[in-house]
Design a protein around this ligand. Structure first.
Ligand code: BGP
Length: 488
C-alpha cells in the first residue's frame, strides 16, 4: 500500500453525534435521543418519566430510578436530533475526505434506522438505502467504509422494555441487525466493529440498563460478549473475507509512583480494561476474572454452549481509542469498570483536562500486540479543542497539527521500529461533530469546521481548517511533512 507507513488513513464518527436526520426515513428513537446537551457547568442528562407521568432527569452515564422510562421532554435541546447533519450532507463530507487523500471512513449504523424499535422482523428499506448510498459514495472515491455496528446506543424501546442488555433476548435482536447488514453490505465492506468502547459501558445510556449495580452490569457485559462472538460467527458464514473487531478505550495508565503497591494498582487497572478484549480476542474468560467477580459478589449466569461460542467467535483484530493517558495509584478506587483519571505532571492538558501524550499511542500499540499478536486498527484519536474561526470561517489550528504530527511520529516508530502490524488510523470527527461526554459542539476535533454552536444554531456549512491542508500534504508526501518535536 503506497500510503504513509503502509496503512489506511481516515476519519471516524458515531451516528448520533454526526448524522442527525432525526425522525426522517422511518428512524425510530435511540437511547441517545433522550440525552440533553451539556457544558462544563451543566453536565449532560438523560430524561425520563415515572409511571405516574412525573418527569425526571438523571446525570448522563448514571442509571435511571426503578420504574422510570426514558423519554423526550418538550423544551429540552437534544444534540443527536440534528447533530452535524451528515444525513443530508454525506456527499459533500465524503468528497471533502476524498480530496484530502484519505482512504478509510469509519461510521456507526443507527440501529433504529434499520429496526425502528429493535423488535421488527423486516428491516426499514429507507434506512438501508441511506447506508448503501453512503457506502457507494465512499467506494466511488476508493475510500474503504468501516462500520461500527453498535456505537454505545440502543433502540430506546429495547432499553425501556427489556432493561437493555441485562436481558439475554438482546443478543437475538442485535443479531437480527447484524444479519441484515452483513447480507446487504457484506460484499462492499471489509472492516466491521461489533461494539464501540465495550469497556466503558455503564449506566442507562450504554448498556441501556436501569440499574448500574455490579451483578446487572457484569451479566449484561456477558450478553454483549456472546452477541459479539455470534456476530463474528455469522460474519464468517456470510462474508468470509470480512475482518471483525471491536473497539476498546485503551488510553494507557502509568503507575503514579514506583511504590510497589502503585505497580499492583496499575496491574489491576489494566486487567479491568483488558478483561473485555481478553474474552473477545482470546475467546475465554481470563483466570483473574474470578477475582473481579468475587470482589463484587457477582455470579455470571452462562448458558450451555456459551463458552464454545466465545471460543469460536474470537475476533480478528483489536481496535482502540486513545486520546490521553492517566496515572493510577494505590489510593484509587477502581469502580466497576471506570477508568481512573489521575493527571500527569509531565504532560500538558486540553481545555477539558485530557493530558496530551503522543508516546502513549506507541505504548498502547506495543502493549496490545504483545498481548494478542493480532493486527491493530487505531479507530479513534484526536484533539478536542476550542477553535476560533476568522471572518472567512478559517481556523488556523496549529495546535491540532502539532498533536497529529507528534502522534503520527509515534505510530511510525511502532510500525517501523517495533514492527507492530497496524492496519489503519481514523482520526475522531474529521468533520466537526457533537461531543459524546459533554454534548457540546465547541469541543471540536475536525479537519473541517462546521458552522454550528452548542444549541445547533448556524448554517452547518463546512470549512476546511489549516489541519485539513496539512493532512492532505501528509497523504500526498507519504508522511514526509512530519517534523520531530513539533509540539513539545
Ligand atoms: C469516545 C467515543 C466517541 C467520541 C470520543 C471523544 O469515547 O467513542 O463517541 O465522542 O470518545 O469524546 P468526546 O466527544 O467526549 O470528546
Amino acid at each position: 500500500m503506497n500510503t504513509p507507513f503502509h496503512m489506511l488513513w481516515g476519519s471516524a464518527s458515531a451516528d448520533f453525534q454526526y448524522e442527525g436526520g432525526f425522525g426522517e426515513g422511518g428512524r425510530g428513537l435511540l437511547t441517545h435521543d433522550i440525552v440533553t446537551d451539556g457544558s462544563h457547568e451543566v453536565p449532560r442528562r438523560i430524561t425520563y418519566r415515572m409511571p405516574d407521568g412525573t418527569p425526571g432527569w438523571a446525570a448522563y452515564r448514571h442509571s435511571l430510578p426503578e420504574g422510570a422510562e426514558g423519554c423526550i421532554h418538550e423544551g429540552e435541546y437534544y444534540p443527536s436530533h440534528s447533530a452535524a447533519d451528515f444525513y443530508h450532507r454525506y456527499k459533500e463530507d465524503i468528497k471533502l475526505l476524498a480530496d484530502m487523500g484519505l482512504n478509510v471512513m469509519r461510521f456507526g449504523i443507527c440501529w433504529t434506522r434499520i429496526f425502528p424499535t429493535g423488535e421488527e422482523t423486516e428491516p426499514n428499506q429507507q434506512g438501508l438505502s441511506f447506508y448503501e448510498n453512503v457506502i457507494d459514495e465512499c467506494l466511488k472515491y476508493g475510500i474503504e467504509p468501516m462500520i461500527t455496528i453498535c456505537h454505545d446506543e440502543l433502540p430506546l424501546h429495547l432499553a425501556n422494555q427489556y432493561d437493555g442488555w441485562s436481558d439475554r433476548l438482546l443478543i437475538d435482536r442485535y443479531l437480527r441487525l447484524c444479519r441484515v447488514l452483513f447480507e446487504q453490505f457484506g460484499k462492499k465492506v471489509k472492516y466491521w466493529l461489533t461494539f464501540n468502547e465495550v469497556n466503558v459501558l455503564q449506566g442507562f445510556s450504554h448498556l441501556g440498563t436501569r440499574s448500574s449495580d455490579a451483578q446487572t452490569t457484569w451479566q449484561a457485559i456477558h450478553h454483549l460478549f456472546v452477541a459479539s462472538a455470534k456476530a463474528k460467527l455469522l460474519a464468517k458464514e456470510l462474508m468470509p473475507e470480512a475482518m471483525m473487531g471491536a473497539m476498546y478505550a485503551t488510553s494507557p495508565s502509568y503507575p503514579r509512583t514506583c511504590h510497589p503497591d502503585d505497580q499492583l494498582a496499575w496491574m489491576a487497572q489494566r486487567r479491568r480494561l483488558f478483561y473485555f478484549s481478553d474474552v473477545m480476542l482470546r475467546g475465554y474468560y481470563p483466570s483473574y476474572a474470578q477475582s473481579i467477580w468475587d470482589a463484587y459478589g457477582v455470579t455470571i449466569r452462562m448458558e450451555e454452549g456459551d463458552e464454545e461460542i466465545l471460543k469460536a467467535g474470537a475476533l480478528d483484530f483489536y481496535s482502540f481509542s486513545c486520546y490521553r493517558s492517566t496515572t493510577v495509584g494505590r489510593e484509587d478506587e477502581l469502580g466497576i469498570i471506570a477508568l481512573p483519571f489521575g493527571q500527569n505532571p509531565y504532560l500538558k492538558a486540553t481545555p477539558w483536562g485530557w493530558p496530551i501524550d503522543p508516546v502513549s499511542i506507541r505504548y498502547v500499540l506495543n502493549e496490545v500486540y504483545d498481548r494478542y499478536q493480532k493486527p491493530i486498527f487505531i479507530v479513534e484519536n484526536g484533539l478536542g479543542e476550542i477553535d476560533q474561526p476568522d471572518e472567512e470561517h478559517f481556523v488556523n489550528d496549529t495546535y491540532r497539527i502539532d498533536y497529529l504530527n507528534d502522534h503520527f511520529l509515534e505510530i511510525k516508530k511502532a510500525v517501523e521500529i517495533d514492527h507492530v502490524p497496524v492496519l489503519g488510523y481514523t482520526m475522531w470527527g474529521g468533520i466537526d461533530l457533537v461531543s459524546l461526554s459533554t454534548g457540546e459542539m465547541k469541543k471540536r476535533y475536525g479537519f473541517v469546521y462546521v458552522d454550528m454552536d452548542d444549541k445547533g444554531n448556524g448554517t452547518k456549512n463546512r470549512y476546511p481548517k489549516a489541519s485539513y491542508y496539512w493532512m492532505k500534504e501528509f497523504m500526498e508526501t507519504n508522511g514526509e511533512n512530519l517534523k520531530e518535536n513539533r509540539g513539545r
